[in-house]
Ligand binder design. Structure first.
Ligand code: NAG
Ligand code: NAG
Ligand code: NAG
Ligand code: NAG
Ligand code: NAG
Ligand code: NAG
Length: 874
């Protein structure tokens, strides 16, 4: 049986108390956020003015949250009329110079990842008695069009009520703004009244000036004031299919997002992880999302569905058309996806690719989507080999999108693999809305409008990416570059692509390039895009190219003063204070963890293939978190105490908290799973027998040999005791603690682990008993689970004649798979039997490997009633 146990521990281990401003000590008397968006490029300035009201110097903190996608480009402080500017330096250089600040760790200023979309910027400075400080942070980002809209997210969390609080947003879009709305937690309740919106054809102004009273009343307002988002959502007009080009000072940016095109039928294959770690909410949400997605397929789409753990399961072995019948049947399949077993990503993705390759279709767009929540653990597990296999199989023919579910995935591996194959990786956060995130992602790629999009710019140079495998409705292609010699006369843009109606050329003769005399924004869009794309390319390049791309990205980052993963900002401070060094974090391995640390609530989420306490210690995840927190965990395993495991956590030697640990394995029950092997190379059958049942193992009446066994009541156990009767008067019992023989009426004695009589031989070895009785030979293996030992008998030599019965004497199963949909059936002796795919530990070998099997009712597997295999007494 697969015993995957997910342990989620929420705990307030170290209440990391944040010093909240107290107006009597220090006071944020003014907090302004000013965001200007031109051509989807947003520049936001946060200005916070703070006064030290005390009679002594005070360390004052500045802590704000900015979108992950943004680059910080400027930071300055004004103290006592003096400006202190942050300086962007190469990361290594900054690190060396300011190793002291870095070695101070948490107390040094830093940027850290919080939640799904935000990063936190934090620094502090000491301010003299009754003096003031002004902090000013600038960040920039290119808004990305998703599902037909742009979103400008502004996060406000001043940590106190602020007398003068203002958010000003100004948007200018030359193409015209077709709708705009303001959402987010800060737009709720009384705060909604604090918003003023003005919209003209091409411009939008949003002012948000909440009073101190209003700052206490919103969905995300707390005692200390507001803590939430203001989100400005909008889209631009797209009357001109060619989109719009803006240029200035020798740089241009082209936004291309035609929407008035017919959809291209798609061929889509979903490759879905159903390994044990998906158990519980994840697999439920995956089913929900999958059913929604299947419903959304158009009749002229073709689709395939593969689920995988260590093995692959097909709904159909090839792509089929999304007719109602097929969709219904696939939904049925999706409904029954269960989680167990390992993770064979390699084989699953290769099969998905070959399904698409086997089905070329003129005028269609193929898409491969992988959903997984873990590292490859079965089949090919070397990630470099997997990546090269996948690349070869896809051969640039269609994009691969990888969805990493939860925080236990190697996201960098998925990201690299998808980028290598013209796709993108997305993290699916494990939360109550995971199914919505999955649907949301699907919707982004649901409607291909163009394939093989090639953007050419005669007279242009140093272009950002110009080839796009597919273009989807609701998204946008953005290309920026330089105009050679700033010569607009010879600059000729052109787009060639394949649409649903054939090859298309977008050449808008009517367009005029709008030249703006001075708009450094255009140049910055180019720099922003170039750096982002170089960082992506670097991820998928060979070592040699990597250095070159890194160098290029670094130079641009320095030139435009972007804090990127390659640079750091050194915050200069008044004499005598240590500089802070700010690094941009990478897409974190474990955002939830980071998030909780940031909030001062360490959360340990742990995952283990848990067979026993010992395994827990060895689990990789455990090691990882141990490093982070330096905790000692002492798990105690008692499956009888419901389905909870207990984990005592010590922090620096002291008990921190005993936390609830829930298992999400198949509910712990006192059923024991038996495997019935097959002769052919097909899945074994499996069935469950309740605990404490006394089973007939081997009866050979003509030899007067009877072997019975009683199952224990432990979850994940096996036999407690095995009794052997031979010739009426000889009876021995074998338990994990040795051999018991009957010494006469009602008297028995444990005689240790070895017994040699004329007719019965039992030899106790390390993890087994070897038993010979008459001409039957048996091995009784001793397995261990959670500190509990149990027995599992295996027949090594059948008694010579055929007249034997019992569980151990069952012949290998012979069956045929007869139906896959709506539910799987197998046929045994003309009888069709419903089965589901499951797994079982094979206790007949000492390593007890987990095997996939067809689970069926006990009666069907045994072809008789269970009663025929039970005995009243051992
Ligand atoms: C916001 O920033 C823009 C651009 O820097 C500037 O023109 C404008 O005056 C600022 N608005 C406010 C209210 O500070
Ligand atoms: C593309 O999106 C636009 C705007 O949402 C919509 O009007 C149009 O029908 C969509 N096109 C297709 C082919 O679905
Ligand atoms: C689109 O591009 C792919 C990959 O470069 C190529 O194999 C395919 O033939 C192209 N399709 C058309 C219709 O040009
Ligand atoms: C392209 O970039 C290179 C390196 O920055 C620069 O030397 C060159 O002048 C640029 N080309 C144009 C046409 O601006
Ligand atoms: C050309 O542009 C003008 C002004 O933008 C517009 O009124 C006109 O309809 C356009 N003509 C075509 C053929 O798109
Ligand atoms: C039991 O052992 C004795 C002595 O070796 C032998 O004579 C007898 O045949 C055995 N009985 C059986 C049933 O094997």
């Amino acid at each position: 049986m697969e015993r995957v146990v997910q342990i989620t521990i929420f705990g307030l281990l170290l209440a990391l108390v944040t010093t909240l401003p107290n107006k009597d000590d220090w006071d944020i008397y003014s907090f302004h956020i000013n965001s200007t968006v031109t051509s989807r490029y947003a520049t936001t300035v946060i200005t916070s003015r703070v006064a030290n009201r005390m009679d002594q110097p005070k360390e004052i903190e500045f802590q704000v949250r900015i979108p992950k996608n943004a680059f910080i480009s400027k930071f300055r402080m004004f103290i006592d009329g003096q400006a202190y500017d942050g300086v962007v330096k190469a990361k290594e250089q900054a690190q060396q110079q300011y190793s002291k600040a870095v070695s101070r760790g948490q107390s040094a200023g830093l940027v850290s990842s919080v939640g799904r979309t935000l990063e936190e910027f934090k620094t502090s400075v000491t301010v003299a008695a009754h003096k003031k400080v002004t902090f000013e942070l600038t960040y920039e980002e290119l808004l990305k069009r998703r599902l037909g809209k742009y979103e400008l997210q502004i996060h406000a969390r001043p940590m106190q009520l602020v007398r003068d609080f203002k958010v000003d947003v100004y948007i200018h879009e030359k193409a015209g703004i077709n709708f705009m709305e303001v959402t987010g937690g800060l737009s709720t309740k009384a705060l909604a009244n604090a918003i003023t919106k003005t919209k003209t054809d091409k411009q939008v102004w949003v002012y948000f000036y909440p009073t101190q009273d209003q700052q206490k009343t919103c969905d995300s307002c707390v005692e200390q004031g507001m803590d939430g988002d203001l989100v400005i959502v909008y889209d631009v007009n797209r009357d001109v299919a060619f989109g719009d080009i803006r240029n200035s000072d020798g740089y241009f940016v082209h936004h291309f997002a035609p929407s008035n095109l017919p959809r291209i039928p798609k061929n889509v294959v979903f490759v879905i992880d159903q390994s044990g770690s998906m158990l519980g909410r994840k697999i439920q949400q995956t089913r929900t999302a999958l059913i929604y997605i299947l419903n959304d397929l158009a009749e002229d789409d073709y689709f395939g569905l593969i689920t995988f753990n260590s093995a692959l399961f097909y709904w159909k072995r090839e792509l089929v058309q999304a007719t109602k019948g097929n969709v219904d049947s696939a939904k049925n399949f999706a409904q029954n996806i269960d989680a167990s077993g390992g993770t064979n990503i390699n084989e699953a993705v290769l099969k998905g690719a070959s399904m698409l390759n086997a089905h070329p279709r003129e005028g269609s767009a193929s898409i491969l989507i992988l959903l997984t929540d873990g590292d490859p653990t079965s089949g090919v597990t070397d990630i470099v080999t997997i990546q090269s296999n996948v690349r070869r199989a896809i051969a640039d023919k269609f994009p691969l999108y990888c969805l990493g579910f939860g925080f236990d995935v190697n996201f960098e591996f998925l990201e690299k693999m998808s980028l290598q194959n013209n796709g993108a990786a997305r993290r699916i956060y494990e939360d109550s809305d995971s199914d919505l995130q999955l649907k949301g992602f699907y919707e982004e790629v649901a409607t291909p409008l163009l394939t093989n999009v090639t953007m050419t710019y005669t007279g242009g140079a140093n272009l950002t990416k110009t080839h796009f495998r597919q273009y989807y409705n609701g998204s946008e292609i953005v290309v920026a570059g330089q105009i050679t010699d700033n010569n607009i006369e010879t600059f000729t843009p052109k787009v060639v692509a394949i649409s649903g109606t054939g090859r298309m050329r977008f050449l808008d003769t009517n367009y005029t390039i709008e030249s703006i005399v001075t708009d450094s924004g255009i140049q910055r869009v180019w720099a922003y895009l170039t750096v982002k794309q170089l960082l992506e390319k670097e991820l998928q390049s060979s070592a040699q190219e990597k250095e070159k791309m890194k160098q290029e990205a670094l130079e641009l980052s320095l030139k435009y003063s972007f804090v990127t993963p390659l640079t750091s900002m050194v915050v200069t401070k008044p004499e005598g204070e240590n500089a802070d060094v700010l690094h941009k974090p990478k897409e974190v391995e474990n955002p939830q963890l980071e998030d909780s640390i940031a909030q001062g609530y360490p959360l340990i989420a742990m995952y283990a293939d848990l067979d026993s306490v010992d395994d827990m210690d060895q689990s990789q995840s455990y090691g990882q978190y141990k490093d982070v927190f330096d905790y000692d965990m002492t798990p105690s395993f008692d499956p009888l105490v419901q389905d909870h495991y207990r984990v005592d956590i010590l922090h620096q030697g002291y008990p921190a908290k005993i936390l609830t640990v829930t298992t999400v394995s198949s509910p712990v029950s006192t059923f024991h799973r038996f495997l019935l092997k097959t002769e052919k190379h097909s899945y074994p059958l499996c069935f469950d027998v309740p605990g404490e049942t006394r089973l007939k193992l081997l009866h050979h009446p003509s030899r007067e040999l009877f072997v019975n066994g009683v199952l224990n009541s432990k979850a994940y156990g096996g036999f407690k005791m095995i009794g052997i009767h031979f010739k009426n008067d000889q009876y021995v019992e074998i338990g994990t603690d040795g051999i018991t023989v009957q010494m006469g009426q009602g008297v028995s004695r444990n005689i240790g682990r070895n017994l040699v009589t004329a007719n019965i031989t039992v030899i106790g070895r390390d993890k087994e008993f070897d038993v010979a009785v008459g001409d039957a030979q048996m091995v009784i293996l001793i397995h261990q689970n959670g500190g509990e030992e149990f027995l599992w008998p295996v027949l090594r030599q059948r008694p010579s004649d055929n007249n034997v019965e019992g569980i151990l004497a069952l012949k290998p199963a012979v069956y045929e798979e007869v139906q896959q949909t709506p539910s799987t059936k197998v046929k045994i002796k003309d009888q069709e039997i419903d089965v589901t795919r499951s797994s079982a530990a094979d206790y007949s070998v000492s390593s007890s490997p987990i095997l996939d099997c067809w689970l069926m009712s006990t009666e069907s597997a045994l072809q008789r009633r269970l009663d025929d295999f039970t005995v009243a007494q051992l």
